[in-house]
Ligand binder design. Structure first.
Ligand SMILES: CCCCCCCCCCCCCCCC(=O)SCCNC(=O)CCNC(=O)[C@H](O)C(C)(C)COP(=O)(O)OP(=O)(O)OC[C@H]1O[C@@H](n2cnc3c(N)ncnc32)[C@H](O)[C@@H]1OP(=O)(O)O
Length: 371
């Protein structure tokens, strides 16, 4: 499969591959197995190449090296935020899906995945994906993937694959009516335009500066984002209830953004599924946070805890515009639930997603003891 199993253009030597395999020493009398590399293993330099101008979605961020049957290695990792070296969760989901997909027969298409982020990934260390072939049925296959860094699990996901079969019952929600992507501006252009506006309130300018500082540039290089309601996205609206255009009423905890990969992703539907899974984690936490950000809330922690996807079809392209609808239904006790729907331009629901996120407030300093 073309699912990124070749080394990327700037891949380093396969130090890790050698380290994993015992070397048969030549010229020794016993011809015994020895493990010299294990005594001399140095950590691979994994300085993130996310901001390298050549780094692309398929050849870099979804790239996996096949280390052994059921074992895949990822070296090119992207931060979710500029200020912390934590791997972007969507990348781990997309890579784990690619690894699992590489172990099932052609004809099986992922129909759902359920994942947990159990420890944050370090963007400067490679990730090893271990695929467990739970069951190969006639119609369904199940895989369990564990993502490991430095010997410890950082992520687990169960993925179900389904061989396509004829329709039985058929129904679907109608797509929300929102302005078409061609009538909207790219978020990166909006940032540049709006920050030159002298009439912007200082709080809005601070918000834009924060977003520009915190969102790694690689996101904008590999994907285009066109929020349907830019004023709401930038917290420029006073009222919490707004309209997403064309009379579709929505609430403050809902967001709509058109998303498109900037590179041609080829014609393998499995790559489009992995790329859509990759980007499906990018906007959910923010949907829960935004109304609170407007009131001055700044989280001390905002992390994806779990993420589920139901794939309703593989008949879509991630290098054409997709509408991502997010809705945060509840937040309490440091956790928030966010639901997502991914639509094609012609109104087909391709993914349903659900995510629970950890959103913590800064701890209040203990009261100063009275003297
Ligand atoms: C319109 C559209 C535009 C789009 C524009 C482009 C989009 C582009 C944006 C990209 C944006 C993507 C954003 C995606 C979001 C991810 O991708 S997040 C990455 C994926 N998720 C993760 O990495 C989570 C992994 N899991 C974990 O880290 C651990 O399981 C957890 C959740 C931390 C829990 O672990 P635990 O061992 O139970 O630890 P816990 O007791 O909770 O304590 C953890 C630490 O928190 C500290 N802590 C406790 N309470 C607090 C507190 N209130 N405040 C601070 N620290 C605290 C503790 O002290 C402790 O610190 P240490 O002692 O470790 O130093």
């Amino acid at each position: 499969m073309s699912l990124s199993t070749s080394p990327p253009p700037d891949a380093q030597s396969h130090t890790s591959q050698h380290a994993l395999m015992p070397r048969r020493m030549e010229g020794t009398e016993q011809n015994s197995l020895q493990y010299p590399m294990l005594l001399n293993v140095t950590h691979i330099d994994m300085t993130s190449r996310a901001d390298h101008i050549q780094a692309g979605l398929v050849d870099t961020f979804l790239n996996l090296e096949r280390v052994d049957k059921n074992l895949y290695l990822a070296r090119h990792l992207l931060k979710g935020r500029n200020s912390i070296p934590v791997v972007y969760g969507g990348q781990v989901i997309g890579q784990a899906l690619s690894a699992a997909t590489a172990t099932v027969d052609f004809g099986f298409v992922p129909n759902s995945l359920h994942s947990y982020f159990v420890q944050s990934g370090n963007v400067n260390r490679p990730i090893l994906y271990q695929v467990d072939r739970i069951r190969d049925g006639k119609s369904f296959c199940t895989r369990l993937v564990k993502a490991v860094q430095d010997g410890e699990a950082i992520f687990t996901v169960q993925i179900s694959f389904h061989r396509s079969e004829p329709d039985s019952i058929v129904h679907q929600l109608p797509m929300p009516e929102v302005p078409a992507p061609d009538s909207l501006e790219d978020l990166s252009d909006t940032f540049d335009r709006i920050k030159k506006n002298p009439n912007l309130p200082p709080a809005a300018l601070a918000m834009i500066a924060f977003k520009q500082k915190e969102i790694p540039p690689a996101f904008f290089r590999i994907f285009s984002f066109r929020p349907v309601d830019i004023d709401s996205y930038l917290c420029l609206k006073k009222d919490d209830v707004h309209s997403a255009g064309h009379g579709h009423p929505t609430d403050a905890y809902r967001s709509y953004v058109w998303i498109k990969a900037n590179e041609r992703v080829g014609d393998d539907p499995r790559l489009h599924l992995a790329a859509a899974a990759y980007i499906s984690d990018a906007t959910m936490i923010e949907t829960a946070l935004r109304p609170h950000s407007k009131r001055g809330f700044i989280p001390s922690m905002a992390l994806t805890l779990d993420h589920s996807i139901w794939m309703h079809t593989d008949n879509f392209r991630v290098d054409d515009w997709l509408l991502y609808e997010n809705h945060s239904t509840v937040a309490s006790g440091g956790r928030s639930l966010i639901e997502g729907k991914l639509w094609t331009r012609d109104g087909r629901l391709v993914f349903s997603t659900t995510q629970e996120a950890l959103i913590r407030a800064h701890k209040k300093s203990p009261p100063t003891p009275a003297k």
